[in-house]
Structure formats: C-alpha cells, structure tokens
Design a protein around this ligand. Structure first.
Ligand code: CA
Ligand code: CA
Ligand code: CA
Length: 197
C-alpha cells in the first residue's frame, strides 16, 4: 500500500515536471516566432535549357556543330542531351546579369562517351564565360575524371566581376579529333541566383 502511494506521488511529480518543461518550450517558441521575420530565399532561374527537342533553340544559343540527340546515357531530362563532339562549341545568347548582386551560379550535368566515341587524353571539355574584356575559363573537365555512363551534376559560382549586361557562357571541346569523334554531353543547363522575399 505504502509502495503504491510512493509510486503515485513519483508519477505525479514526473508529470508536473514534463508539463512545466513543455509549457516553457512553447513560450520560447512563441517568442522566437514573433521575432523572426517571414522571409524565404527563392531561387530565380535566369537561363534554362533541358534540350527537350532535337532542335537547338536559337533564341538561347549560337551553335557550332553541336547536336541534340539521345547518345548520352540516361540524361537527367530524358531522352535528349546536347552532344559536343571534337572541335565543336556552343555559346549562349547574351543574358543580362548586371542587376544581380546575390551569388549567380551556372549549373549543368555532364557525361563523356555515352553511346558515342570516347575522348582521348587531353580532349577535355572547357567552360567559359564572357566578361567585358573577353572570355574567361570557369571550368575544365578532364576526360579521366568524368563518367562515361552517368551524368554528374556540376555547379560553378560566377565571380561577381563577370556579371554584366551581355553575359554569355560557352561549352567547348577544342582538342577533340573532329565532329565524328570524342563526344561530351551536357544537359539541364541553368543559370540561377537567389532573392530574399
Ligand atoms: Ca535533356
Ligand atoms: Ca576518340
Ligand atoms: Ca580523339
């Protein structure tokens, strides 16, 4: 009997402690919510191409011997990706980035060979952007470091000094043997920034 009373008293004490603790937490949470402004970071797409048809979109790109086809293995947006064979390149049309002060990123997926022809040693893929003085290398993808069967996601932060009103990007395979050889693929190309709203 005595034991039962002790157990009941202990149970009541534990319950009171739990209630007090929960109440305290609610209070803190309430204060926090009241003080935190309701703002969220939103991703803004400034340029986007998923290469969804076999025609290169000439409102977005100036092309030099690249093709959109299904020779890439499992591109992130099936069935097509952009095939950049040896000596080919593709350059975006100008995008006005002069207004953006937050971080700007170029994102894309990349694969080499796929169902096509393997680039050899030194036949790497280069990424450039234009600043007001010309072209700046912002990425180089080494043949031996990129998968032949999986698209890998890449992200390049654009240096603020390169953000201007006629910003362009270029993907180039300058050392490949020729347009029948040495295939690189890219897909889901986008340029983004963020905005606090
Ligand atoms: Ca695609
Ligand atoms: Ca080859
Ligand atoms: Ca070659």
């Amino acid at each position: 009997m005595k034991d039962k009373i002790i157990i009941r008293v202990i149970s009541i004490i534990i319950l009171m402690i739990v209630m007090v603790k929960c109440g305290y937490k609610e209070k803190i949470k309430g204060i926090g919510t009241a003080l935190t402004p309701l703002k969220e970071i939103v991703v803004i797409e400034l340029f986007k191409d998923n290469f969804s048809s076999t025609n290169i979109d000439t409102t977005k790109w100036s092309n030099s011997e690249c093709n959109i086809n299904d020779n890439g293995i499992e591109p992130p947006s099936i069935p097509y990706s952009l095939d950049i064979p040896g000596t080919a390149s593709i350059t975006s049309k100008p995008v006005d980035l002069s207004q953006y002060t937050n971080e700007v990123k170029l994102e894309f997926y990349i694969e080499e060979t796929g169902w096509g022809n393997s680039p050899e040693y030194g036949e790497d893929l280069y990424v450039y952007c234009s600043n007001e003085n010309g072209w700046v290398e912002i990425g180089r993808y080494i043949v031996s470091e990129i998968s032949e069967t999986n698209f890998e996601s890449k992200s390049i932060t654009i240096d603020k000094t390169n953000l201007h009103s006629k910003f362009r990007i270029r993907f180039s395979n300058p050392y490949g043997t020729g347009v029948e050889y040495d295939d690189w693929y890219i897909d889901n190309v986008r340029i983004t920034t963020t905005e606090v709203q």
